[in-house]
Write a protein that binds this ligand. Structure first.
Ligand SMILES: Nc1ccn([C@@H]2O[C@H](COP(=O)(O)OP(=O)(O)OP(=O)(O)O)[C@@H](O)[C@H]2O)c(=O)n1
Ligand SMILES: [Mg+2]
Length: 427
């Protein structure tokens, strides 16, 4: 059952308002999966030193949505110094203390790492980094977090601490910033993209945004220019393969964000919407959806300069932009994968088959995709060595003959064997 404790607070020194803390008791069985020997050990150490320890942020959101969280962050009232002292005394190993400046200590128990962060307030932010001050006030730590659904804590006894109705928002499929969207965005402009990503995860309706959220995003869009390409790409990738992706990408264009995110300013939004509709249930790679926005290879190059995507991702984008219309199913035999397998045989590059699968997703060719996935590249049975044995010595001639034989072999649907193929060679 919900219990409600009301406390008056002054927000930003101007308005007096009632801030509520909702607490609720979850059954520990609901998050039993987390209680490993390592976590039990961690809980014991914090209990012994009388420091509070709670699960924080994204992991609480995931647990409440019935999902097993990928990474679990812990928050505590103990300072990093107190944690270090406590872990040392208990003989617990700590690893790479790079996060210590921001209050994070990583402890290793029973071969598991636990990241525990001291409650903090961001005293100075520049839209990317924050200078932090430690606190023992859980509300203050919740206040600096981005979205209400990401601002909850879960005590290890099953008590949920929820200052901003995050659980209600989660149940109502609402994505809202904590307090002022403008302020939260200005603290870290990447939150614009986090908003879209979580919208895709949580919202049912593709167009159920709070108007003031969209206004804050639009007015602060330039801030994205200062965010590194790697961070943008990490978020964008997750958003593009989530729910409502086409709607959200279109919205980034309507709000004028695209150019700050490495996407072509005049991206082909209509094509992207079609491609998404056709490919969304075929597990497309993020780049398969984004490729639809590019009108030419130069736009892929510009995107790469900004987002620093991987070599494979860039090569996939260039492949799709080049072949999306050129390489299509045959009109006479629409169920045949032959045009695609022939291309793969000729390309002789290891990743062509996987790129071709993405091309079929782009084109929405579900049946051909299944057939291509089931196909494995047959081995061409003739080598240069075989031709040399037949008396062909010039390298150039060997190359030409091999290609001719390969074409014959392709026509035979890769069935012809070596002797039959070599019978075509006139020495
Ligand atoms: N720009 C950011 C990034 C993170 N957070 C806070 O830090 C928590 C943990 O961040 P992170 O692990 O990066 O994201 P998650 O929300 O946990 O999402 P994911 O499932 O992708 O890990 C978030 O839940 C949120 O409370 C934030 O307020 N602003
Ligand atoms: Mg996380």
């Amino acid at each position: 059952m919900w219990s409600r404790i009301l406390s008056p607070r002054v927000i930003r020194g101007t308005r007096l308002c009632w801030r509520s803390l909702y607490t609720m008791q979850l059954k520990t069985s609901e998050f039993q999966c987390l209680f490993t020997d390592g976590l039990n050990g961690l809980v014991e150490v914090f209990g012994k030193h009388k420091h509070e320890l709670r699960i924080a942020g994204g992991a609480v959101r995931d647990l409440l949505s019935g999902k097993r969280p990928e990474d679990v962050d812990f928050a505590t009232t103990a300072t990093p110094e107190e944690m270090k002292h406590m872990f040392k005394a208990a003989g617990i190993r700590m690893i790479n203390n790079k996060g210590e400046k921001h209050g994070t200590i990583t402890a290793r128990l029973h071969d598991e790492n636990f990241e525990v962060t001291t409650l903090r307030v961001d005293v100075q932010t520049d839209g990317r980094h924050a200078e932090v001050e430690f606190t023992t006030d859980w509300l203050k730590d919740a206040e600096r977090r981005d979205l209400t659904i990401n601002s909850m804590f879960l005590g290890l006894d099953g008590t949920l601490y929820d200052y901003f109705k995050g659980y209600e928002d989660l149940k109502n499929h609402k994505v809202r910033f904590v307090g002022s969207p403008e302020q939260r965005i200005q603290e870290d402009y990447l939150r614009i993209l986090r908003y879209f990503r979580f919208y895709g995860r949580v919202a049912l309706d593709p167009d159920d945004h709070e108007p003031e959220t969209l206004t804050a995003i639009r007015e602060n869009r330039c801030g994205l220019a200062g965010i590194s390409g790697e961070r943008i790409w990490t978020e964008l990738k997750k958003m593009v393969v989530g729910n409502h992706a086409a709607h959200l990408l279109e919205l980034t264009y309507q709000l004028g964000l695209a150019q700050y995110m490495g996407l072509p300013p005049d991206g082909n939004v209509e094509e992207m919407k079609h491609v998404w509709q056709k490919a969304k249930d075929l597990s497309p790679k993020p780049m398969t959806i984004l490729a639809a926005l590019f009108r030419c290879p130069e736009e892929v190059e510009k995107m790469d300069i900004r987002l620093k995507v991987s070599k494979e991702e860039k090569s996939l984008a260039l492949f799709l932009v080049k072949y999306r219309r050129e390489l299509c199913k045959s009109k006479d035999e629409p169920d045949s994968v032959k045009p695609f397998t022939d291309f793969i045989i000729d390309a002789r590059e290891l990743d062509t088959q996987s790129k071709m699968c993405e091309l079929l997703k782009y084109q929405g060719e579900e049946k051909l995709l299944a057939a291509l996935r089931a196909w494995s590249i047959p081995r061409f049975p003739v080598s240069g060595h075989d031709l040399r044995r037949l008396g062909i010595t010039s390298g150039k001639e060997i190359g030409v003959t091999l290609q001719n034989l390969r074409d014959i072999w392709k026509k035979s649907c890769y069935q012809m064997e070596k002797d039959e193929l070599l019978s075509y060679v006139k020495p």
